[in-house]
Design a protein around this ligand. Structure first.
Ligand code: ADP
Ligand code: MG
Length: 882
């Protein structure tokens, strides 16, 4: 920081202005945030805040006097009218902002106005629609662990959803739960959780983190907080949550944070729902990413993901629920059958589906509106919008009368007609209310007697002025005399300069213009006061009435939320039926057989994006007749990865209660889906591809069970051929003999087909290709039996490798296949390929040397890992001299 700027810590409260003292006070109450300090039409930032904001927001930095003449206080400001866009930018950058408002009208006070921090906006507590994605929740999360259990609470202030989850700490699955819900901000205790902090930082580098006092995570404190917040006598109604200490602690920490950041406007969350991890199919973070469930791997876009194909929802709340269903497939039969019956009903009853979707089209986001209204941030347009939404309910209820399936009937009974609230809003709120709350125009005529009386008075006032103008013209004989109004002088009588001599004695001159004079009279002033007070009273009263109405709406939040949730489900279920109908999906049969039988399965996304080329459907039989492992071989680009993912996605879709892209499917439920998919380097995290691959494989081998579905694509690809084959081989054996999970195993090493023959419950399959004029054609048809060779050179040809290189590769391949050395095909003996050259010929390489020298016992685990990286680096460098 430059010398000339004064820092916050340097200023002494005793030697400064009263406004600066207010600032220091506000700053104290809002540590770690940027303080927006209201001064008239601007929010000003000072000191370090100003320097940071000026650079983040591209604002001009100015300054004001410090205590010492030569050092100045840096300052910058944003206009109050434009504050939202600046807030948006900062919050997107992960910064939090505290807003300090003027609590009095400067006109009404002598001296300094009262100021107060009214709200802190953080990434997890924004309410501004422009900061939120319609179809995505904005969760604030709190995490903690106690050595045995790890827990998390997630609250979406914008919709009122509140979830908790608790897992055993050793399982490490808490992070998978976090990845499913992708919170915008994570709270962690400030003591004794360094490990957790650094792990979270590493895994979620883009998420805002905040340290909170450990006391706020205390289970007893959490219990108290919940009892008080929900005005409950006991937590028994909350089920398992009441029994989990860490989960209670996290729930309490979330509410404390909302209290602190929202101050007066603390939102009303729904009761927390405790998620039982065993109720859902476990999806680790990699699987969520590899299967591209809600975003593609390469650009994180929704288009190209499963969500992109399945989302035909019509409302933001429907889309949010769809996301939740995709990321939380169910592990139990009963609720799945109910969901499928629901989808089935909309699938068969086309008119029912279309009329419901017609009614939902364009419906505002009831949950988000409610969120703003209960957090006292809703303006009159929000309330009006809610009214509009509620007025659509009778039509939806009418449609819902014909629902047959149990799930749809449940949803029907969850729909509250909310007639009282609809009526209240309809009668109370004006048709097109303004965004501001203190300039009137909010309340409909005829709703409030006193308000109507004041309105008449003000309107009468306008009449009175017209009358006065006429009377004064008659009295003075000045035909062009006018009565007008301006903000500085109030009402006045204006007479042109030429006629000024004709004015009566009771006219008092107030202002002289270029060619007119303005006067006031006592009668005019008296009436002016009456009108102005009436006007002010009217605005105050309107505001008061509006707040009362808004509170009445907020008081019905439980009913409204239940209805909104049912609407979201109806939107989602009908949307799944719509997708099934347009894409020709079938209803899957679900059981506990441990088998997977798919006829004419397709990859939902590839088929959708690949419009011109026909997608070739394929069958899958897994777990049937005891063959629970499929070893899939075939050249690169043949369609192996697509097939593997297709099977995993069909299982996942079936277990979210959706129809699936196949002509027939019978799915024995899975409890976990694990995927380990090709070289998805995580260079950002500084781990080598192979290391990542092995870490992920280890995690799978350590936690998969008999009912899991494993998808292993190109295991061992990240290392040399023989290493790769050996690792792939032993992993397959281990899964086959010990884990016994249903497994799809793809590899371009055709050597592994031997496994399919050798292992009792494994079977070889391959993707058919046709040799054609020394080239290959991909048929995308999955057939029994292994691939006989790798076709690597043919694929290289398709990729456009120069003919000379291809010819040479053919020669080397022939020699290798004949059991000879690669060098046997060498045209000039001097060119040797180091890969196949025996080590003895060249003496110990740098790798061997380093290995010889290191004393393994003296290394710390960290050093050992660093050493491995070092070796890895050496082995990647081309060797010289060979
Ligand atoms: P591999 O994993 O064997 O290298 P991929 O699964 O990545 O091959 O498939 C390569 C390309 O082939 C895909 O991008 C896709 O466009 C196409 N493809 C895969 N399966 C099919 C299919 N069943 N029908 C049509 N095209 C397919
Ligand atoms: Mg592949």
């Amino acid at each position: 920081m430059t010398e000339k700027w004064m820092q916050l810590s340097e200023i002494s409260p005793h030697h400064t202005t009263p406004a600066m003292r207010q600032y220091l006070q506000a700053k104290m109450e809002s540590a770690d945030t940027l303080l927006f300090f209201r001064m008239g039409d601007f929010y000003e930032l000072f000191f370090e805040d100003a320097l940071e904001a000026a650079s983040l927001l591209n604002l001009a930095l100015t300054s004001r006097d410090g205590a010492e003449k030569e050092r100045r206080i840096p300052m910058c400001g944003v206009p109050v009218r434009a504050v939202d866009s600046y807030l948006a930018k900062l919050v997107r950058l992960g910064r939090s902002v505290s807003i300090c408002e003027q609590m009095e009208n400067p006109k009404d006070v002598k001296g300094i106005v009262k100021r107060q921090v009214v709200r802190t906006v953080t990434p997890g507590t924004v309410l501004e629609p422009e900061l939120l994605e319609d179809g995505q929740n904005n969760f604030l999360a709190a995490l903690c662990a106690n050595g045995e259990e790890a827990a998390a609470a997630f609250a979406d202030m914008t919709t009122g959803e509140f979830l908790t989850v608790c897992v055993s700490e050793a399982s490490g699955t808490l992070f998978d739960e976090i990845a499913r819900l992708t919170p915008a901000e994570i709270l962690l205790p400030d003591e004794n959780q360094e490990g957790l902090w650094s792990e979270v930082k590493k895994r979620f580098p883009d998420t805002a983190l905040a340290r909170r006092p450990s006391d706020e995570f205390d289970p007893a404190y959490g219990k108290e907080t919940l009892l008080q917040y929900y005005r409950l006598k006991t937590l028994q109604g909350l089920g398992e949550l009441a029994l989990s200490g860490p989960a209670l602690g996290c729930a309490g920490a979330v509410i404390s944070y909302l209290r602190e950041t929202q101050r007066e406007g603390i939102p009303q969350l729904g009761l927390p729902r405790h998620q039982r991890p065993s109720a859902y199919v476990a999806l680790d973070t990699n699987t969520q990413r590899n299967l591209e469930l809600t975003a593609t791997m390469h650009d994180k876009s929704k288009r190209g993901s499963l969500l992109g194909v399945l989302d035909k929802t019509l409302t933001g709340m429907g889309e949010r629920k769809l996301r939740h269903w995709i990321l939380h497939p169910l592990a139990e039969l009963e609720p799945l059958k109910e969901r499928l019956d629901g989808v089935n009903e909309f699938f068969d009853e086309i008119t029912l589906r279309l009329s419901l979707r017609e009614a939902l089209k364009g419906m505002p986001d009831l949950e988000r509106l409610l969120g703003r209204i209960t957090a006292s941030a809703g303006n009159a347009r929000d309330v009006k919008s809610m009214g509009t939404t509620l007025s659509l309910l009778p039509e939806i209820l009418r449609i819902a009368e014909s629902f047959q399936s149990p799930l749809l009937q449940d949803l029907q009974s969850a729909l509250d007609p909310l007639e009282d609230i609809a009526y209240l809003i309809e009668t109370a709120i004006a048709d097109e209310p303004p965004l501001t709350l203190n300039e009137g125009g909010l309340i409909r005529e005829g709703y409030h007697e006193e308000l109507d009386r004041l309105r008449d008075l003000v309107r009468g006032g306008v009449n009175w002025i017209a009358k006065l103008q006429q009377a004064e013209r008659d009295r003075t004989g000045i035909a062009k005399l006018k009565v007008g109004y301006n903000r500085v002088f109030g009402y006045y009588i204006e007479v042109s300069r030429g006629q000024a001599h004709q004015v009566p004695d009771d006219y008092q001159r107030k202002q002289t213009l270029a060619n007119a004079e303005r006067y006031i009279t006592p009668a005019l002033k008296k009436h002016e006061e009456e009108i102005l007070t009436a006007q002010e009273k009217m605005q105050d009263l309107e505001y008061e009435i509006f707040i009362t109405v808004r509170n009445q709406v907020a008081a019905a939040s439980e009913r409204i939320r239940k209805t909104a949730d049912a609407l979201a489900s109806l939107d989602l279920i009908s949307s799944l039926a719509e997708v099934a109908a347009t894409h020709n999906y079938c209803r899957p049969e679900l059981d506990l057989s441990g088998e997977i039988h798919i006829r004419d399965g397709r990859h939902p996304v590839v088929e959708d994006l690949n419009k011109q080329g026909e997608f070739v459907p394929n069958d899958t039989r897994l777990g049937e007749n005891g063959s629970r492992m499929l070893i899939m071989t075939g050249p690169n680009m043949a369609g192996k990865s697509t097939y593997l993912r297709q099977v995993a996605l069909i299982c996942l879709m079936a277990q979210m209660g959706s129809y699936v892209p196949a002509s027939q499917a019978r799915i024995g439920l899975v409890d976990r889906i694990f995927t380990r998919v090709g070289a998805s380097d995580n260079l950002v995290r500084g781990e080598s591809t192979f290391m990542v691959e092995m870490i992920e494989t280890a995690a799978i081998l350590n936690s998969a069970g008999e009912n899991s579905l494993l998808v292993l694509d190109e295991i061992g690809r990240g290392t040399s051929t023989y290493d790769g084959i050996s690792i792939a081989w032993s992993v397959a054996e281990y899964i086959h003999d010990t884990i016994k999970a249903r497994t799809l195993f793809a590899t371009h090493y055709h050597e592994l087909t031997e496994l399919g023959d050798k292992l009792e419950h494994a079977r070889n399959i391959s993707v058919a290709v046709r040799d054609w004029h020394d080239s290959i054609v991909f048929l995308y048809r999955v057939v029994d039996g292994g691939a006989d060779h790798s076709y690597g050179i043919q694929v290289a040809k398709l990729a456009g490798l120069p003919g000379q290189v291809l010819k040479r590769a053919h020669k080397i391949l022939e020699s290798l296949e004949a059991g000879g050395p690669a060098t046997g095909a060498t045209e000039s003996g001097a060119q040797q390929m180091f890969l196949f050259a025996p080590v003895e010929e060249t003496g110990p390489g740098p790798l061997e040397k380093e290995l010889e020298e290191v004393d393994v016992d003296s290394l710390t685990p960290r050093e050992a890992q660093a050493f491995l990286y070092h070796l890895k680096h050496l082995s990647n460098r081309p060797r010289s001299g060979t």
